[in-house]
Design a protein around this ligand. Sequence first.
Ligand SMILES: [Zn+2]
Length: 71
Amino acid sequence: MKALALKSCPNCGSRGIKRVSKSFRAKVKGRAVLVPAVEREICPDCKAEYFDREANIAIDAYCFGKTRQRA
Ligand SMILES: [Zn+2]
């Protein structure tokens, strides 16, 4: 998948899908982490959320880059 906005929802086919920037609750090694302002596509019909590569990188950087710890 490319880092482009989706035209329609892969899950339900809705064309109402839109790009938003919201905080995202991630789980890192059993701990909840709130990542601020993650851009992703959200389908208003089925509530599916789609993260592109940049969003995943941003989440990883936030979760692992900032408070890196050795297990
Ligand atoms: Zn949908």
